[in-house]
Design a protein. Structure first.
Length: 284
């Protein structure tokens, strides 16, 4: 256990880290602190890269839309938070839409998303997107079979038009196991600051697990293509998922000063994978 006498022997941060490393097997708190420290040491340089990336997006008038999809409690919101933490808010937005209004229900389904798409020089993060209609809505009975079928036919054409208009669309699916999802639900309910994250839809998430799997697989097979592929992030380890998804985005572009802040920005292929029919997913 750390005491005042032990602390007085440390001359610098390196001495403190060395002490924790030497005693981590005897104290899980030390091990947890070291893991968090290593995560922060890797995250901050990647966030500096994101700042350089955003400057390039602004300078070259790029339009970047990044979609975060996945089951409830898969880590989407936490990852978006780390993406945007140090970015210029004037050239970045987070879109997390509420359920559609009565007017929106009678519009073309994509209408309310079109107005949220990035302008030139802007990055937009979608915390869930039009893909609600691919998985959540049919599972929960929020759309009719006809509406679902129309969507699944139209969405590749819609995304092809985005591609042809110069919008770069990155589609992430955060994959967690059923056991990990349940553990996160329980943790949310015990935390008074995070209870709001648990909704009636979340409550049914475990009960309807197989239905979600069915529609998720249909979504992948019908909407994965060369111009907007699905990228599956294994997200049982939230911190690793955040780091590797940032690396994936950075690896796609040749922005100014690329790699100046990091030793590598190549994502781990064990965590980040383009969808293929035989891709191993945690939420199968």
């Amino acid at each position: 256990m750390l005491t005042a006498d032990i602390l007085s022997t440390f001359k610098n941060k390196s001495d403190f880290i060395a002490y924790l490393e030497q005693h981590q097997e005897d104290n899980p708190i030390y091990k947890s602190a070291l893991e968090k420290y290593a995560y922060e040491q890797e995250l901050l340089p990647l966030q500096a890269e994101l700042v350089d990336f955003q400057r390039w997006v602004q300078k070259t008038n790029q339009k970047i839309a990044i979609i975060f999809e996945g089951r409830d409690a898969s880590g989407k919101g936490g990852t978006i938070k780390r993406f945007k933490e140090h970015l210029n808010p004037r050239a970045m937005r987070v879109v997390a839409l509420n359920k559609p209004t009565e007017i929106e229900k009678n519009q073309w389904y994509f209408n309310r998303y079109i107005k949220e798409l990035p302008n030139a020089g802007e990055i937009v993060f979608f915390d869930r997107s039009w893909y609600n209609r691919a998985v959540v809505e049919p599972v929960m009975g929020f759309c009719t079979p006809e509406q679902y079928n129309r969507f699944i036919i139209q969405v590749p054409e819609f995304e092809n038009m985005l591609y042809e208009s110069g919008t770069v669309l990155i589609k992430f699916w955060f994959s967690v196991s059923k056991e990990e999802q349940q553990r996160r639900f329980e943790k949310r309910l015990k935390n008074p600051l995070k209870k709001w994250k648990f909704s009636p839809v979340d409550e049914k998430g475990q009960e309807l697990w197989d239905d979600f799997t069915k529609y998720k697989n249909q979504m992948f097979s019908r909407t994965h293509n060369s111009f907007s592929p699905w990228v599956v992030i294994k997200a049982n380890d939230k911190k690793r998922a955040r780091l590797e998804s940032i690396k994936y985005v950075l690896s796609l572009f040749e922005y100014d000063n690329k790699g100046a802040n990091c030793k590598t920005i190549l994502p781990d292929p064990n965590i980040v994978q383009r969808y293929f029919r035989n891709t191993i997913q945690l939420d199968r």
